[in-house]
Design a protein around this ligand. Structure first.
Ligand code: ATP
Length: 659
């Protein structure tokens, strides 16, 4: 509402038009966003500030957006902040002239390194005033720090951080340090930023053109456009450039999915029974595919000298062949063998494409799929094709882009036809996912058995025709259902992907390694990790030793402020970790708990009080290297699983004549 008023008042005074944006203006906005828990207020503060930037320093809207989301480039460029605590402490100590001991004591008290830095800065007396920080300087400084590598890299990183901190005033040091740590903790989701940007852009465009402010409908339309465009082309550099050129309302014509820019894949909802699948897809055409147990890969290709040009392809002449993970990380260095196989299976005339597929470990002699664990033994980087021992075969199940055209808005049946036309199945290298189109329960059951005999995990069931069968990037949709064999045995219907937050030393033989671990799910609304259970089952002795080796370097002195776990001495783990590792865990069922805090904001007990949910008898299944902590099972999903289970239990009780 504030936005549509003629004269919105900005909390930070206007700077001279065309001048660099002061970092202090952004920090003022950060403080306002952090100080409210209301999403709409966060949105309005962000939008107002973006509007001010568009009016006064439009050239800097991109770095401003990147600093707000704390990502200096698109995900796939691999420029990551996330500087370790000890390095940051060193830099704070050097720039503020306080001893590490003093800093550690402060850190123990507040738990927030950002606050420590701010406090240290404000107690320091300076002889001369450094120049105020600007968005440009901070952006370039952070980028330098993030990309510094090689010999003496640590020293140069510390020097870079020191330089920024020396010029920081007031709250600036707090957000600089939090940004460097990798978490701003504003409680601002990227979705909210996208809405803010769309609103700021349309209001600004109308103002510039001397037109009336946009109506609510127009604002909603702009929001939908930017959301859709970003889901297909998650690259602010390309989108913002286009938006500044031709306006937010015409983005959908100019910014479409394209090779070179990985998109977040569509995901499936779990199901517990085959009859649930049949109920969901009643009166709809659907297809069942084998659910291969490997690594999700997105294959991007542009032929040398292709006719169409693409913004993200640096050298059009040479074309590209790249592989990305489900997290948009580049996997080309891991799978040079897949890249080398492209010419075998790309049909002549196929000039550019984006394929959605699963890379699966493959036994060439037996001509069969190998377990996922085999795939995990492959090196992640710098793999040489000739050294590859564990072979992989690509099983393609979707085609998102073909010969200059995005296909995500087409029904699956059409995408699948194009997929089958444009590629040639090739033994040991490339195949289409085995599928069957059916509505019969018997066929589905037989097909599930067949998939398990072929060493697959179960089935994926997908709507085939109509508007429910479009490809919806990054959405976990009921248009795709997964049936895993494990689900049919448990009452929750799914395994969970959980973040390892802490550990307890073992007992007896195991005292030199960790014997149990504290796990958490992720709450994207509050951007916190919420504890869900301890786990000590499912590990072999050898595994515990290797987990110790993997996790020991991630130990930190105290929990991060964005870890949420019950208070009380007996409940605390012996050591805490930087939240980096994700495990897939199976559980017998979920129960309410006073000790764990998962889904506390979502699930209520009989008295209507918010209660935490915990896992009963959790069992370790495997490491999910392909997932980042923010991809872990969310609190909402945990809440849904709990509630679904309670409904089922209620139904069972009734059937048995209970209450
Ligand atoms: P999971 O732990 O089950 O792999 P996930 O969270 O990684 O789950 P989901 O959408 O829940 O992703 O499950 C689908 C996953 O199954 C895909 O990410 C993909 O890696 C894999 N997969 C294997 N075969 C297929 C297929 N035919 N169609 C779609 N996905 C498939």
């Amino acid at each position: 509402i504030k936005l549509t008023k003629e004269k919105a008042t900005h909390p930070y005074p206007d700077w001279p038009a065309g001048d660099p944006v002061p970092y202090a203006a952004l920090v003022k906005t950060f403080t306002l966003i952090e100080n409210t828990t209301k999403r709409l207020e966060k949105l309005s503060h962000t939008s107002l500030f973006l509007r001010q930037v568009l009016r006064l320093s439009p050239d800097e809207i991109l770095p401003v957006v990147q600093l707000i989301i704390n990502r200096l480039a698109a995900d796939y460029e691999g420029i990551e902040l996330g500087i370790g605590e000890s390095l940051l402490m060193k830099a704070i100590s050097e720039s503020c002239g306080r001893s590490l001991q003093q800093l550690k004591a402060d850190h123990k008290e507040t738990g927030d390194l950002g606050e420590v830095a701010m406090k240290s800065r404000s107690t320091q007396k300076t002889i001369f005033q450094p120049k105020p920080l600007t968005i440009k300087v901070v952006h370039a400084g952070l980028k330098d720090i993030a990309t510094t590598k090689g010999e003496g890299g640590q020293g140069r990183k510390v020097a870079g951080i020191r330089k920024l901190l020396s010029a920081a005033k007031g709250d600036e040091a707090k957000y600089l340090v939090r940004g460097l740590e990798g978490k701003l903790r504003l409680g601002l989701q990227e979705r909210t930023l996208i809405v803010s940007l769309s609103q700021a852009a349309i209001v600004h465009e109308r103002e510039q053109a001397g037109k009336k402010p946009p109506t609510l409908e127009e604002m909603t339309a702009a929001e939908e456009i930017l959301k859709t465009v970003y889901s297909e082309l998650p690259n602010y550099e390309i989108i913002i450039k286009e938006m500044m050129k031709s306006g937010v309302m015409s983005l959908q014509e100019t910014c479409k999915l394209q090779p070179g820019v990985p998109l977040k894949p569509m995901l499936a909802k779990p199901t517990k029974s085959i009859s649930e699948v049949i109920d969901r897809f009643e009166n709809q055409q659907f297809t069942c595919e084998y659910k291969y147990d490997g690594e999700r890969v997105q294959l991007h290709y542009v032929a040398p000298n292709a006719k169409t040009s693409f913004a993200a392809v640096e050298n059009e002449q040479a074309g590209i062949a790249k592989i990305f993970s489900r997290n948009s990380e580049e996997l080309s260095p891991k799978y040079p063998d897949i890249i080398a196989s492209f010419p075998k299976w790309v049909a002549p005339g196929t000039e550019s494409f984006v394929l959605d597929a699963e890379a699966v470990a493959w036994d060439r002699e037996q001509e069969r799929v190998l377990p996922f664990q085999m795939l995990m033994t492959r090196k992640r980087k710098d793999v040489k094709e000739e050294d590859v021992k564990v072979r992989v075969c690509v099983f393609a199940f979707d085609l998102l882009f073909l010969n200059g055209e995005s296909l995500v808005q087409k029904p699956l049946v059409e995408r699948r036809e194009l997929l089958r036309k444009s590629f040639t199945p090739t033994p040991h290298s490339f195949s289409f996912a085995t599928s069957t189109d059916t509505t019969s329960l018997t066929t589905l059951t037989t097909f599930l058995d067949a998939s398990l005999s072929a060493s697959c995990e179960g089935l994926m069931v997908k709507t085939l025709t109509g508007s429910h069968s479009l490809y919806t990037p990054s959405k976990r949709s009921t248009n795709w259902l997964k049936i895993k064999k494990d689900y049919l045995l448990t009452s929750t219907g799914d395994s969970l992907d959980l973040v390892v937050l802490g550990a307890y030393y073992g007992k007896g033989k195991r005292t030199s390694v960790y014997g149990a671990f504290l796990l958490a799910c992720y709450n994207p609304d509050t951007q916190t990790f919420e504890s869900i259970c301890n786990i000590g089952t499912g590990f072999s002795e050898a595994q515990l030793q290797s987990l110790y080796n993997q996790l020991h370097p991630l130990e930190i002195e105290r929990p991060k402020p964005y870890y949420s776990h019950a208070q009380g001495n007996q409940e605390q783990p012996d050591v805490w970790f930087d939240a980096k590792v994700v495990w897939e865990v199976k559980t017998a069922d979920l129960s309410l708990s006073p000790k764990y805090v998962a889904a506390r904001g979502v699930v209520r007990d009989r008295e209507g009080k918010g209660r935490g949910v915990s896992l009963r008898f959790p069992r370790f299944l495997r490491d999910r290297e392909d997932k980042s902590p923010e991809d872990a099972t969310t609190s909402m999903q945990v809440g849904e699983m709990y509630e679904k289970q309670e409904v089922v239990k209620g139904g069972e009780k009734k059937a048995k004549g209970g209450v």
